[in-house]
Design a protein around this ligand. Structure first.
Ligand code: TXA
Ligand code: MG
Length: 346
């Protein structure tokens, strides 16, 4: 199958691109599109045959449910039961935006594969002009996981989607770099005290200012308990070379690079801009603020695969604010491995 990548932005007349995308979706085909977090790989969420194609194209395990994207508030009650006050408050505060809420699903409306056998469904209204326009023109719910091959970092640019899925899907709507760069916060509002299943740009503090107490289990607590967001248990975000975490400390990083190179390793360093002068074999910037780091993280991880690096060193950040989302992704990409002095590959 040939994959078309169509640029959709204010400088080109995109009418035809949207109508082609809508036609493809209506015919049960897949279309990748930008959201404000990462690119999604969409199929009409009521079409079981179409939704199954998502799992096939991504190589995604069939027990990992998909997020349903909607273009208007009113649609929500077509798909879910029991919209609580807290959910309504969150919708008011954070939709459209980088927030997925888990609800009890209405039976027999969405394709069975969307929910992967659960009695709940994750729904989000994205805040990206291309995503919203596509959803509103289509007028149907769109199931869309991140548009990467399963296990790889999520795509934040149209070209990332092409790298992973060319030949497997008919169309990519390319709206440029996504902006936020980490996937939406997933919160389970079916519980008495809501639980953040996946941290994102809507932070614990932001929820608490709107609905009171919410729980955000640490990485370790999440690993120990039964995974409530099934996707969280799989290997994720990993470049080909192993990733090791290291403190954001110039001296430590500099010594680590030296030691690794003495051992014959080729090192890619992912770190703030001010670390560029260190002697790594490749350097990819995280930028300087946490916002930059979220936006650059997946690009930097993906860039490692275009080098001959056999070790990736990535500097960490604190877990305040969006740092929780960044560290959640970074720990997964590293399989929680830290660089230690007298390095031996794990
Ligand atoms: O920002 C995003 O959320 C992007 C864009 C495209 O919208 N989508 C995305 O989808 O990241 P995906 O499939 O890569 O991640 C969805 C996560 C997975 O960890 C999945 O297990 C969890 O949400 N999830 C989906 N439905 C769920 C449910 N009913 N209960 C618990 N977790 C659910
Ligand atoms: Mg994903």
């Amino acid at each position: 199958m040939e994959t078309q990548r169509l640029i959709v932005d204010n400088n080109v007349d995109s009418k035809k691109s949207y109508s082609q995308a809508v036609d493809l979706l209506n015919r049960g085909e897949l279309v990748a599109f930008p959201t404000e977090t990462v690119y999604g790989l969409g199929a009409v969420a009521t079409n079981e045959t179409a939704v199954k194609k998502i799992y096939a194209a991504k190589g995604r395990p069939s027990d990992n449910p998909l997020i349903v994207h909607i273009g208007t508030f009113d649609e929500l009650e077509n798909y879910v039961d029991n919209i609580s006050d807290k959910a309504r408050k969150c919708m008011g505060a954070f939709w459209p935006g980088p927030l997925t809420m888990i609800f009890k699903v209405k039976p027999n409306v969405l394709a069975a594969s969307v929910t992967a056998g659960l009695d709940t469904v994750g729904i989000r209204m994205p805040n990206h002009p291309v995503a919203l326009k596509l959803l509103q023109k289509l007028g149907k719910p769109v199931a869309a996981p991140s548009a990467n091959r399963s296990g790889k970092p999520s795509p934040t640019e149209g070209i990332h989607v092409e790298q992973d899925l060319a030949g497997k899907i008919p169309m990519i709507l390319d709206g440029g770099a996504t902006g936020i760069g980490v996937e939406s916060t997933v919160i389970d509002l079916t519980l008495e005290t809501p639980v953040i299943l996946r941290p994102g740009a809507i932070t614990k503090e932001m929820f608490e200012s709107v609905i009171g107490q919410v729980k955000q289990p640490t990485h370790i607590e999440q690993k120990a308990g039964a995974p409530r967001a099934p996707g969280m248990k799989y290997t994720h975000y990993a470049p080909n070379a192993p990733v090791y975490l290291i403190e954001q400390d110039e001296q430590q990083v500099s010594e680590a690079i030296k030691e690794l190179q003495q051992q014959g390793h080729k090192v890619a360093l992912l770190a703030p801009q001010s670390f560029e002068h260190l002697n790594s074999d490749w350097f990819f910037t995280f930028g300087d603020s946490k916002q930059d780091m979220a936006a650059n993280l997946f690009h930097a991880l993906r860039a490692c695969d275009l080098t001959a690096a056999d070790i990736v060193l990535a500097t960490v950040t604190s877990t305040d604010g969006v740092g929780a989302a960044i560290m959640n992704r970074l720990e997964k990409s590293a399989g929680s491995k830290w660089y230690t002095k007298d390095f031996q590959e794990q």
